[in-house]
Structure formats: structure tokens, C-alpha cells
Design a protein around this ligand. Structure first.
Ligand code: NAG
Ligand code: NAG
Ligand code: NAG
Ligand code: NAG
Length: 274
């Protein structure tokens, strides 16, 4: 304890003295402005790192990393260099290079799916170093989304929702008359594994086996891309098929009965009124 106190206190004192005499806060990153969600194929998109640097500091180097791989280096007054996934896909208009002591901007011409991930901006001088990180998700809308029902056995139906083309992997939910159906309770759910997810044709599906319903019902699937606002819904109307002829006759019969009751009431009401 004593030795720690001895080593820390002189440096704190040194920092306090330095802070008082220099009157600055040294190097720090004020903000890292990276869009949280961007659609594949769109652009241009600006990645902006805004910082503060003491003008007396020498040896300024600005670096950007994507998923821990370096993608950019700027040692003003030389022009920035891009490497890796953004090589040849970035632009540096003159107005973005005018203030190397306040911001670094990577203008991505076109967004590609490899650009998804975490970005880190680091700035360093001989005296200081600072870094900040932000995540950007590049999404691809679905190319197809289908909701279907299949007879499973005499008492149950198989509801399926399948989505192809959407990235990153969407999550799916199935609703019957607005109520979510899943493996909780007595319902049974099996979800297709996603081992082929990053291949050319990403596909995800959800099957839920539920008890057959006596009446037509709205079956709805909702897909959403996690951590984003992107969601799509698709609905179909389920008609109980297996027992259709019987049910049709029952409902027709019921309908006729209701009609007779209505006529009966109208007659009774007329009798009461008159
Ligand atoms: C992403 O967008 C580019 C440009 O529009 C397109 O060529 C590419 O096929 C898209 N990627 C996916 C997975 O849809
Ligand atoms: C139909 O399948 C469900 C779910 O596996 C099961 O609970 C039910 O007993 C089956 N019904 C018949 C008639 O086999
Ligand atoms: C439900 O139907 C789909 C489409 O026919 C099928 O791929 C899936 O295996 C079925 N699920 C079950 C649990 O039988
Ligand atoms: C249902 O009604 C139709 C005509 O309305 C008839 O042809 C059919 O046989 C009936 N089905 C049953 C199961 O009674």
C-alpha cells in the first residue's frame, strides 16, 4: 500500500502542476460520428472523428481501425492513406483535410457488406494518445419473405416463415391473431439451424407447430434485424383446410339458424311495437 501511494502521488502532483501551467486538457476525442445502420449499396457515407489537440503537440498521427485491422493512416500534411476493406472506396475532399487538428473524415463512396463492424479512431502525438469506437451495421433487405401453413397431423398445423437474402441474420416471430406463437407453453417450435448463413444465399426460417384452429385466423410473420429499426411484416389468412367441407356445412347451418333467429326477433319486436 505504502509503495503504491509513493509511486502514484508524485505523478498526480506532476499532472496537477502540468494542468495548471499549460492550461489545456491535452489530446482527447470529442466524438466519433459513424452511422449506426446503413443499407448496402448506398453512399456516400461519412465516418467522422472529432478531436481536440494541443497545437504545441508534435507528431500527430490519426489512425482508423475496422474490427482491429488498420484501414487508414493520416500524418498531416501528407494525404491520408487507406488500406484493407476501404482501399479505393474512400474519398478525401479538400475541405475535409483543412483541419487536421480538429477532425478526420473518411468519406465512403459506396457501402458494402464487409464494412459492417466496429470502427476505432485513434489519435496520437508524442505526448498523448486517445481512441474511441463506434459500430456500424450494413444491412441488406430481404429478397423474399413467405408465410405458409401446412397440415402437420390430424390435430396440428405447421406454420412456417422463411426469409432469404436479408443480412445480418434476421430474427423471426410468428403471430396468430396477434398472439406470438413459440416454444413456451404447450406449443412446439423447431427453428432451422443457420450454419449456411454466410454463404451466397442467406436464408432463415421458423416453423411452429400449433393446434389446429376452428376458425380462419390471421397468421403473421415479423422479421427484424437485431440492433436495428429494420423490420418487415407479412400476413396471410389461415383457413382450416383439413375439415373444410364439414366446417363449411356447419357454418352454413349456423348461419341459417342465426338468420331464422333474427327473423324471429324482428317478428316478435314488430308484434310488441304494434
Ligand atoms: C450490396 O450492394 C452492391 C451494390 O449495389 C451489390 O452489388 C451487392 O450484390 C449487394 N450485396 C448483397 C449481399 O446484396
Ligand atoms: C400431432 O402432433 C402434435 C405435436 O407433435 C402432437 O402433440 C399430437 O398428439 C399429434 N396428433 C396426432 C393426432 O397424432
Ligand atoms: C414445417 O413445414 C416446412 C415446410 O414444408 C418443413 O420444412 C418443416 O420441416 C416442417 N416442420 C416440421 C416440424 O415438420
Ligand atoms: C357439405 O355441403 C355440400 C353442399 O353444400 C355437400 O355437397 C357436401 O356433401 C356436404 N359435406 C358434408 C360432409 O356433409
Amino acid at each position: 500500500m505504502l509503495s503504491i501511494a509513493r509511486t502514484i502521488s508524485p505523478s498526480i502532483i506532476a499532472l496537477l502542476i502540468f494542468g495548471c501551467y499549460s492550461g489545456t486538457h491535452g489530446t482527447s476525442i470529442r466524438s466519433l460520428d459513424v452511422p449506426h445502420i446503413v443499407r448496402n449499396g448506398t453512399g456516400p457515407v461519412d465516418l467522422i472523428c472529432i478531436y481536440e489537440i494541443d497545437k504545441d503537440d508534435n507528431g500527430l498521427v490519426i489512425k482508423w481501425f475496422h474490427e482491429a485491422y488498420q484501414i487508414y493512416q493520416w500524418i498531416p500534411p501528407m494525404p491520408p492513406q487507406d488500406i484493407g476493406i476501404i482501399k479505393g472506396l474512400a474519398e478525401y475532399p479538400a475541405e475535409n483535410l483543412r483541419n487536421p487538428y480538429s477532425h478526420s473524415v473518411i468519406q465512403l463512396k459506396t457501402i458494402t457488406i464487409d464494412m459492417t463492424g466496429e470502427y476505432v479512431c485513434t489519435i496520437s502525438t508524442f505526448q498523448y494518445e486517445a481512441s474511441a469506437s463506434a459500430k456500424m451495421i450494413v444491412y441488406v433487405p430481404e429478397s423474399d419473405m413467405t408465410v405458409r401453413t401446412y397440415p402437420f397431423n390430424k390435430t396440428h398445423v405447421n406454420l412456417t416463415c422463411a426469409v432469404t437474402g436479408a443480412r445480418p441474420r434476421p430474427s423471426l416471430r410468428l403471430y396468430v391473431e396477434g398472439i406470438e406463437k413459440n416454444d413456451r407453453g404447450s406449443d412446439y417450435e423447431s427453428s432451422k439451424s443457420s450454419t449456411d448463413w454466410y454463404e451466397d444465399d442467406p436464408r432463415v426460417s421458423l416453423d411452429v407447430i400449433i393446434e389446429d384452429m376452428p376458425d380462419p385466423a390471421v397468421v403473421e410473420c415479423e422479421m427484424s434485424i437485431p440492433d436495428t429499426e429494420y423490420r418487415r411484416r407479412k400476413r396471410i389468412v389461415y383457413y382450416p383446410t383439413q375439415l373444410l367441407p364439414y366446417r363449411t356445412n356447419v357454418s352454413q347451418g349456423r348461419h341459417k339458424a342465426m338468420l331464422l333467429i333474427d327473423i324471429f326477433y324482428v317478428i316478435v319486436l314488430r308484434l310488441i311495437v304494434t
